[in-house]
Design a protein around this ligand. Structure first.
Ligand SMILES: Nc1nc2c(ncn2[C@@H]2O[C@H](COP(=O)(O)O[C@H]3[C@@H](O)[C@H](n4cnc5c(=O)[nH]c(N)nc54)O[C@@H]3COP(=O)(O)O)[C@@H](O)[C@H]2O)c(=O)[nH]1
Length: 811
């Protein structure tokens, strides 16, 4: 086996030469042996034939010699044998008659001393002893077919061995010459055979050494080796193509990674950094060489570093990609976010890891800012409603574990709106900022001061022992707010109303607690402002009543418990019927008749006024439609509906009115909306836009309860309204109150100057009517003419209405 290994490890040329030599020598030896055997056999065969013929001739010649026992003649007959050098002896035997011995030697050649076998030849044969040195021939001598004697000839094969020796020498020479020729031929063959292979090897080595895949092996012959060269070159073509593609993609990767705004790095399977782009250096503040040597994790903030290393270790053991989120402390503190994926080879083996990181500091800052904006009031920096709500819920959730109470204070600045409107929004903002600073100074840092919107503030006191502590804080707040404030070179004083609720005594539910504090706040406002009120049983009862009413209102909507009544309006000059005011009525199965004063505000607060208001518009339009169809009213008679503040803000209000007018085929100029002053005071710009949209449709607009609010006629000038309604409270004291008479007269006169029509409501007496007519008030509405009428009564009223008779009645 070892010897085989030795041969296997020899160069191909040696193997080839050895094979050629061995083959040629073995072939020659086999040829030599074969020729020798052939020569030997041919020689022996010739010898046999020759000696047999000679023996036959001598036997025939020796018949007389044997018959006559003539020794000399027998001897003479043997003499020709001398011509054959291979015959070394011969004998002629005579067959005797008994009692003589069976045979006797008659003559022997070359002399007497020749050994003639004593044994009588018994048969005719050729004897070849195994040693192969002699061949004996025995040939009968016959006379008339009777064997009378034998001729014995002994031949020597020594000539044969001489021939063999000579031919061996010749073969030896041939073998030597043939070996040289074989050697020479094997050299040529091995050169022809091996040089392409060597060239192939050289090319392969060079490709590997210089990494040049454009090199090709030379194809010399079109044989199998040529085929191998072709395959090798084809393989190089494929590799070169793949290599080019690889280089191209590497180049692309290099270009992308160089110009990328993302830090890119590569790790080997052991987690060592093997590549990092410029951006990695920029983001981490480390030179690339250092990143490659020590990894960039050294600049990760210590509190994030251990976790990040653990993440990397997990990735390397599980081969599951990871997301990175950490802060780094290079030249400046940065937030980074990234991803590390696993690089796998064709057979899914792990080649390493490819990671990318982004500097997300700006995003993070923006996020923080957004979060701050989402949870903090931009003007004052206080917690906003959302954060207030979160904190309140959080403290309430933990309250069960504490033996303390929680105090919630809701705070409203008294008459802030007037200050804001009269001094401008900048001054209002400044005031709010000062107030928020003062509020913060009144409480501990663990307490939460929040601005809920406008001039509404809330304070959460998470740990209070009793209501006395809260009272002290509330007084401190009232005193702090009431301190003078310098605004636009003027000194101001403002007061606040505070409502307080406590958890868990009042409630442990955030929603309920806020409602309770709110109720207490209303009570504080009711009791003259600039004070604080705790939520009490009395307030609680009101809350229960309120919630009960809300529930019943909801039921009333779904059970259609509402209907409308209509109060006529007359022209105070001609006494013609000019319109009706639609007024809602609620007959509750549980409560009985509920006047609008008792539910409109609650409906407004809860938003239920929207569905209720839509119902009023629809029913009012339907009523006017039937009056028009019955031809009971003139084509300028107007149906007026009251629109509350929430309703006015409802986006779908205009489209709903349009739809209803269209559905009932009512011209827009026969429809009027009545708005209170307070609606018009809020967001004047938006209000004007909406009023203009309504007016453009041809719908009339009137201002209800005029004179009870803060608006002046000058302010009114800006508003696109058609009619002003003088409030009932002014009319009701006419003629007793001279002031009211003066106010009413002045309002009517100024309204006319501004081209508004005037409706006086609550006309109950002839005196009031007379006064209003003297002031040239355009229209009148009141019990004097008619109370609000149900639908059927309205039809009868219209049927029977006669301007002439009314005129006669009241003029
Ligand atoms: N948003 C809505 N508000 C509505 C609606 N329906 C009514 N209301 C408002 O409720 C308030 C009370 O209304 P009501 O009890 O219907 O009283 C109206 C008249 O009945 C009453 N009135 C009319 N004439 C006289 C009178 O001579 N004397 C006297 N004591 N009362 C009289 O005045 C009320 C009408 O007032 P106004 O709307 O201001 O013209 C009231 O504020 C209604 O607006 C509704 O559908 N939506």
């Amino acid at each position: 086996m070892k010897r085989l290994n030795f041969i296997n490890n020899q160069p191909l040329a040696v193997k080839l030469t050895a094979a050629c030599l061995t083959t040629s020598i073995i072939s020659l030896i086999i040829a030599m042996i074969a020729l020798n055997i052939y020569d030997k056999n041919t020689y022996k065969s010739l010898l046999r034939d020759e000696v047999s013929l000679l023996a036959s001739v001598i036997s025939n010649r020796s018949v007389e010699s044997v018959l006559f026992n003539d020794k000399q003649s027998a001897l003479n007959n043997l003499n020709p044998l001398s011509y054959r050098s291979s015959i070394i002896g011969a004998c002629i035997y005579r067959v005797n008659t008994p009692p003589q011995p069976a045979t006797s030697t008659l003559a022997s050649y070359p002399n007497d001393k020749i050994f003639c076998p004593s044994t009588q030849p018994k048969a005719i044969k050729i004897i070849e002893p195994s040693h192969g040195r002699f061949i004996d021939f025995i040939h009968p001598i016959k006379a008339d077919k009777e064997i009378i004697g034998y001729l014995y000839v002994k031949t020597s094969l020594s000539e044969l061995s001489t021939r063999t020796q000579q031919s061996f020498k010749v073969f030896l020479v041939i073998i030597i010459v043939a070996s040289f020729i074989a050697l020479w031929l094997s050299k040529i063959i091995s050169f022809k055979l091996i040089s392409p292979l060597r060239d192939l090897g050289l090319t392969a080595r060079k490709v590997a050494q210089v990494d040049d895949y454009s090199l090709r092996a030379k194809k010399i012959n079109d044989d199998e080796i040529g085929g191998v060269v072709d395959s090798f070159n084809h393989m190089l073509n494929v590799i070169e193509h793949e290599h080019d593609r690889l280089r191209e993609s590497e180049e692309k990767f290099r270009l992308i990674s160089a110009s990328s705004k993302v830090g890119i790095f590569q790790l080997n399977p052991q987690g060592e950094c093997t590549f990092a782009n410029e951006e990695m250096s920029y983001i981490t503040g480390l030179p690339i060489t250092q990143i490659l040597k020590e990894s960039w994790l050294s600049v990760v903030e210590p509190e994030d570093r251990a976790a990040l290393k653990a993440q990397f270790n997990t990735m390397m053991s599980t081969h599951i990609p990871i997301n990175i989120n950490c802060s780094i402390n290079g030249i400046e503190k940065k937030w980074i976010s990234g991803h590390v994926g696993v690089l796998r080879g064709n057979s899914d083996e792990i080649l390493g890891y490819l990671g990318s990181i982004n500097d997300v500091t700006e995003i993070r800052q923006a996020q923080t800012q957004l979060e701050h904006m989402a949870f903090y009031d931009t003007l004052t920096g206080l917690a906003n409603r959302r954060l207030f709500r979160n904190r309140l819920e959080h403290v309430l959730n933990n309250l069960s574990r504490s033996k303390h109470s929680l105090g919630l204070i809701l705070l409203d600045l008294d008459h802030f709106k007037e200050i804001n409107d009269s001094m401008g929004h900048d001054a209002g903002d400044r005031l709010l900022t000062i107030i928020s600073e003062r509020l913060q100074q009144c409480v501990r840092s663990s307490d939460t001061v929040a601005r809920l919107g406008g001039d509404e503030f809330a304070i959460i006191l998470p740990i209070v022992h009793d209501s006395i502590v809260i009272s002290t804080i509330a007084e401190k707040i009232i005193e702090a707010i009431h301190r003078p404030i310098q605004l636009q070179e003027n000194e101001f004083r403002i007061s606040a109303s505070l409502g307080i609720a406590m958890a868990p005594d009042d409630s442990s539910q955030a929603e309920e607690l806020i409602k309770q504090a709110d109720m207490a706040l209303y009570k504080a406002k009711d009791t003259g402002r600039n004070n604080y009120q705790f939520f009490t049983d009395d307030i609680n009862q009101k809350l229960v009543t309120h919630l009960d009413l809300v529930r019943d209102l909801r039921l009333a909507i779904s059970n259609e418990e509402f209907h409308l009544v209509f109060q006529p309006q007359l022209c105070l000059n001609s006494y013609k019927l000019t319109g009706f005011e639609a007024l809602i009525r609620w007959t509750c199965p549980k409560r009985g008749f509920v006047p609008p004063d008792q539910f409109i505000n609650t409906a407004e607060d809860t938003g239920l006024i929207i569905p209720i208001g839509r119902l009023v518009i629809s029913k009012a339009c339907e009523q006017l439609k039937s009056l028009i169809q019955e031809q009971l009213v003139a084509d300028n008679v107007v149906m007026t509906v009251n629109i509350s503040a929430k309703q006015f803000q409802d986006e779908s209000l205009i489209s709903h009115i349009k739809d209803e007018l269209q559905r009932n085929n009512i011209p827009a100029h026969q429809f009027e909306i009545e708005l209170t002053e307070s609606i018009l005071m809020e967001n004047i710009d938006e209000v004007i836009i909406k009023l203009k949209q309504i007016q453009q449709l041809g719908i009339l607009i009137s201002i209800d309860d005029f004179g009870t609010g803060y608006s002046s006629l000058g302010y009114l000038k800006q508003l696109p309204v058609n009619i002003i309604k003088v409030d009932r409270s002014f009319v009701s004291d006419i003629p007793e109150s001279k002031d009211d008479m003066e106010i009413t007269a002045a309002v009517i006169a100024m309204a006319h100057k501004l081209n508004y029509l005037v409706v006086a409501e609550g006309v109950e007496t002839q005196e009031q009517l007379n006064f209003l007519r003297s002031c040239k008030c355009n229209y009148g509405q009141g019990y004097l003419f008619s109370k609000p009428l149900a639908s059927q009564d309205l039809l009868a009223f219209c049927k029977n209405y006669s301007a002439t008779s009314i005129s006669q009645q009241y003029s």
